[in-house]
Each structure stands twice: as structure tokens, then as C-alpha cells.
Design a protein around this ligand. Structure first.
Ligand SMILES: Nc1ncnc2c1ncn2[C@@H]1O[C@H](COP(=O)(O)OP(=O)(O)OP(=O)(O)O)[C@@H](O)[C@H]1O
Ligand SMILES: [Mg+2]
Length: 358
């Protein structure tokens, strides 16, 4: 039985999960989400490394995770993802050389300052022989070094770093069935993960990432919209946002006028989200390799805003559902949905561990 712990540090909270993997079962043994002070991370980038390391140390101790080994995710403007097409090569070394050569054209980070990784996602017959579509990820080395330093500063040992987008696909999408995998008829699916400050839009086919973009929008903008419209102080604006959502029966304690005001503020405040998601999907659709997008799966803290799925469905004119990040775990235990959706990235990172890969 192997144990894997993965962490996702966001602008509002740290999320962590512990999975135990037996011969053919994956069990979730711990999951925790704890708030951290504002300003330690911004748009996925570490702003205050020492304070963050101290928060991480506290978090780890309180959650009582096993050992010190941890898997981490990255997603910010200093990580670039591109999909490139190359003649298919079977020799791993030749392929890497070809990818690195081609990547230099597409990736705006000088090679001596970047860490490059890649994943072949499909093969197809081109005009002059077999070709391969490859997702290339390049990250600023300095940003990765800083992340590693923070985690080591908390007394932990990083044992793997992956793109948050890949982790989300593992958590939220079932593996393609052997029969359907690689079929040109398979539709694409989008994952939209809305946190406190950022939103990730990911388009995948057969659970492979074909496009990803980060949008500078999150629940924080919605709280600010409520604050501005109602004049309530921030803490109260946040509380009333959680209590009302966009639809449904609001929690008790708020009068009908306030609820109507808050919902109006949320509906106006969420417009940029719909606009930017729509733009991202249009960009994906404009690419020569694109497929029709069947539906959108939502996750992240802001997906807990009641009615946001309906709101986005109307705005985008396509099916939108709230995802279940525990869907790939055989024994999910009793994790409340609000913890699971905020820990979706951590869950996906943990699922990638050797023996835990799904
Ligand atoms: N029930 C709810 N209704 C509406 N919004 C909610 C609810 N619960 C949490 N949120 C919002 O979700 C956000 C936090 O989500 P999450 O934990 O995914 O963010 P994060 O990972 O810290 O941020 P980021 O990844 O953007 O840096 C906050 O803006 C919070 O207000
Ligand atoms: Mg997050």
C-alpha cells in the first residue's frame, strides 16, 4: 500500500489530500482546505515565500499528513503550454530533440531559463507520413526553484511537480475506454476551474489536454462586486455571497431586498467570466485540430456558488455541469463536496503517483 500526499497552494487557501493506493483500489484518507492570509500568492505566483513556508508548515502539522514527501502543481503566467504537430518518432531521444527544437519557436522563454516537458497525445496520418500531436509545457526554472524552496522551507520534500491543468483532467474526467480512445469522433470536453483569483480553462480530448488558458478572474471579483453594490464590509460581503448564490433558496438571516441586490451584483460580476471562457473556447475552436466541445465541467471554490452552472449554461449556450473530483477515487470516505471541489487540483496531482495513476 503506497501513500501519496499532494498540495495545491492558492491565493485564498492551501488544499491537501492524502491517498492510499492498494493493488487495485485508491482510497482518500485525508483531505483538508485551510485559509491563508491574503497576498502570499497572486495569480498563481508566490509573492511572500517565507510567510507561505510558515503557513505550509502549520497546515501540514494540523492536517497530520503522513511523511514529508509531497507532490505539487503549477499554473501561472510563467508556465506555457503549447500543442505542436511533428512527424511521428519512436526513438525517445530523437523525439525530445525534435520537440525542444520546435518548442523554441513557440515558447517565449529562453532555453537556458526554462524546464521543458512534453506529452504525446495522439498520432494521425499526415500527407507525408505519420504525425504526432504533442503537448509541450515549459516553465521558468526560477519559478520552479522558488516553489521547491518554499516547500523545503516548510520541512517537506517535493517529489513531483505537474501542471494543474493535467491534474484537473485526471480528477474530473474518467479515463477514455479502450474502445473509444483515439477515435476521431470523440468530442472535446472543457474543464473550467474557478478559484479565488484565477480561472483555468482546459479543453481535452480523451482526457488529454489540447488547450489551456488562465484567466484573471475568480470569486474575489464576485465578493468585490457584492461589496460595491451593497456597501457591506468585505467580510460580510463574502458571507452574504456564500449564503445567497445566484439561484435557489438563500440561507436564513438575509432579507429579500439584500438577497435580490446580492444576486444582481453576482450576475453582473460574473459576466467577465462568461465572456472570457467564451473567448477561450472560440480560440480553441479556431485551431485546425479542434473538435466540437460537448460540455463544460466546473470545479474550484467558485463552482460552489449556487446556480453558477445554470448561469454559465445560459451565457455560453452549451451544457455546463458541476464536476465531481472524487469520481476517480474508489473509497472517497466522507469528504464534504465543498472540500473536494477546492481540493480538485490536489486530488488530481495525487492520482498521478506511481501505482496511483488512473
Ligand atoms: N458556497 C460558495 N459560494 C460562492 N463562492 C464560494 C463558495 N465557497 C467558496 N467560494 C469562493 O471560492 C473561492 C475560493 O476557491 P478556491 O479555494 O478554489 O481558491 P484558491 O485556490 O485559493 O484561489 P486561486 O486558485 O484562484 O488562487 C473564494 O473566492 C470563495 O469566496
Ligand atoms: Mg486554486
Amino acid at each position: 500500500m503506497s501513500t501519496v500526499v499532494a498540495l495545491d497552494m492558492g491565493s485564498s487557501a492551501i488544499a491537501g489530500v492524502e491517498l492510499k493506493t492498494g493493488r487495485d483500489r485508491v482510497s482518500l484518507t485525508k483531505a483538508a482546505v485551510e485559509p491563508i492570509p491574503h497576498g502570499l500568492l497572486h495569480d498563481g505566483e508566490i509573492q511572500q515565500p517565507n510567510e507561505l513556508a510558515a503557513e505550509l508548515k502549520r497546515f501540514w502539522k494540523a492536517a497530520r499528513f503522513s511523511g514529508r514527501r509531497v507532490r505539487l502543481g503549477v499554473a501561472n503566467q510563467r508556465v506555457v503550454v503549447r500543442v505542436i504537430d511533428l512527424p511521428a518518432l519512436d526513438d525517445e531521444r530523437e523525439r525530445r530533440a525534435a520537440v525542444e527544437f520546435e518548442a523554441a519557436e513557440h515558447i517565449p522563454i529562453p532555453p537556458d531559463q526554462s524546464v521543458v516537458d512534453f506529452q504525446p497525445v495522439m498520432r494521425y496520418e499526415g500527407d507525408s507520413g505519420p504525425r504526432e500531436r504533442i503537448v509541450v509545457v515549459a516553465a521558468h526554472r526560477e519559478m520552479i526553484d522558488q516553489l521547491v524552496a518554499v516547500v523545503r522551507g516548510a520541512g517537506l520534500q517535493p517529489v513531483g511537480i505537474d501542471l494543474e491543468a493535467f491534474a484537473l483532467l485526471r480528477a474530473l474526467q474518467p479515463p477514455a475506454s479502450v474502445l473509444d480512445e483515439g477515435s476521431p469522433d470523440t468530442q472535446a470536453e472543457a474543464v473550467v476551474h474557478v478559484g479565488a483569483e484565477v480561472t483555468h480553462v482546459i479543453v481535452s480530448v480523451d482526457r488529454n489536454c489540447h488547450f489551456t488558458r488562465m484567466i484573471g478572474f475568480g470569486g474575489e471579483q464576485l465578493t468585490r462586486a457584492v461589496e460595491q453594490r451593497t456597501g457591506l464590509p468585505r467580510e460580510e460581503a463574502e458571507a452574504v455571497k456564500l449564503a445567497c448564490g445566484l439561484l435557489g433558496t438563500p440561507m436564513e438571516g438575509w432579507d429579500a431586498d439584500t438577497v435580490a441586490e446580492v444576486r444582481h451584483a453576482l450576475a453582473l460580476g460574473a459576466r467577465p467570466l462568461v465572456r472570457e471562457v467564451s473567448r477561450s473556447l472560440d480560440y480553441y475552436r479556431s485551431q485546425p485540430f479542434s473538435r466540437g466541445i460537448g460540455r463544460i465541467v466546473l470545479s474550484g471554490g467558485t463552482s460552489l456558488c449556487t446556480g453558477i452552472d445554470r448561469y454559465m449554461q445560459q451565457g455560453l449556450g452549451m451544457q455546463v455541469v458541476v464536476g465531481n473530483p472524487l469520481g476517480q477515487i474508489d473509497d472517497p470516505g466522507t469528504v464534504p463536496p465543498e472540500v473536494a471541489t477546492r481540493a480538485a487540483v490536489a486530488l488530481g496531482l495525487a492520482l498521478d503517483a506511481p501505482g496511483g495513476a488512473r
